[in-house]
Design a protein around this ligand. Structure first.
Ligand code: SAH
Length: 239
């Protein structure tokens, strides 16, 4: 776990032996379940450390120290898959309340097993589609931070994520490569859904490669009631 420890320290979050032991357990469970359940194509131990765990922790760059330590921090991971990025984040931000949203049953089963095995408090797994849950009163505009990695292009993702975000909160997408065009194509959708101009944060970690960045969007107005549209429509006909 040396690469993870060094990378986390560079991000300003040095890991304790207790954190590292949770990450070890996470990797073991991920690899075990991956033998029978398709959770990740990354099976090399060192790559799990950097491309899953450390990459997830880069979200910390979007938070100031006060936000990161706040007991009011309530985070939603849209399309969490095998727990990325929000399970690694929960390990280093133990006071945050975290919800993992995932549509696929077998991934939800893994996530429930994982959080029990890691013994993490204040973290729940929600099974369903963002288009459905984003309309329900307990979840709508209920989170201060929405994060999502590898789920959809930004225009679609904005419709899946911004309805969950409280006004004053933020939506952070983990992206890689040149995203100038993707951002341009999403600008109208972001505005319509109540988001401010996107802010791009580049990741100062060369070991991650592929030009990673965070797209951070502050929510400045409520999302109109008609969004999100029906399941599948945000992907088929982006705003
Ligand atoms: N965030 C994880 C998983 C990415 S794969 C990672 O970076 O490793 C995309 C995941 O999003 C899949 O597990 C898929 O089931 C889920 N997903 C896609 N669309 C969704 C939707 N509309 N609502 C909820 N989950 C969704």
């Amino acid at each position: 776990m040396e690469q993870l420890a060094a990378g986390a320290a560079r991000l300003g979050y040095p890991l304790t032996p207790a954190h590292l032991s949770l990450f070890e357990t996470y990797r073991t469970e991920l690899m075990l379940w991956n033998e029978h359940t398709n959770l990740t194509s990354i099976t090399d131990e060192a790559q799990v450390e950097t491309r899953h765990f450390l990459d997830s922790l880069t979200v910390l760059l979007a938070l100031d120290a006060e936000e990161a330590a706040s007991p009011c921090l309530r985070i939603l991971d849209v399309g969490s898959g095998a727990g990325f990025p929000c399970v690694p984040l929960k390990i280093v931000l133990p006071q945050a309340r975290v919800s993992l949203l995932e549509a696929t049953g077998k991934k939800v089963r893994f996530l429930r097993h994982l959080i029990t095995t890691l013994g993490l408090p204040d973290i729940e797994v929600l099974q369903g589609r963002a288009e459905d849950l984003g309309r329900l009163p307990p979840y709508r505009e209920a989170f201060t931070l929405i994060v999502s990695r590898a789920v959809a292009p930004l225009a679609t993702l904005a419709e899946l994520c911004l309805p969950f975000c409280s006004v004053g909160g933020s939506f952070v997408a983990l992206k890689k490569g040149d995203i100038t065009r993707e951002i341009q194509e999403a600008c109208a959708a972001i505005k319509l859904l109540g988001g401010d101009n996107p802010h791009i944060i580049s990741i100062p970690l060369s070991l991650l490669g592929d030009n990673r960045c965070l797209v951070s969007i502050r929510k400045i107005a409520p999302t109109p009631d008609r969004y999100p549209r029906r399941p599948g429509v945000p992907a088929k006909r982006p705003l």
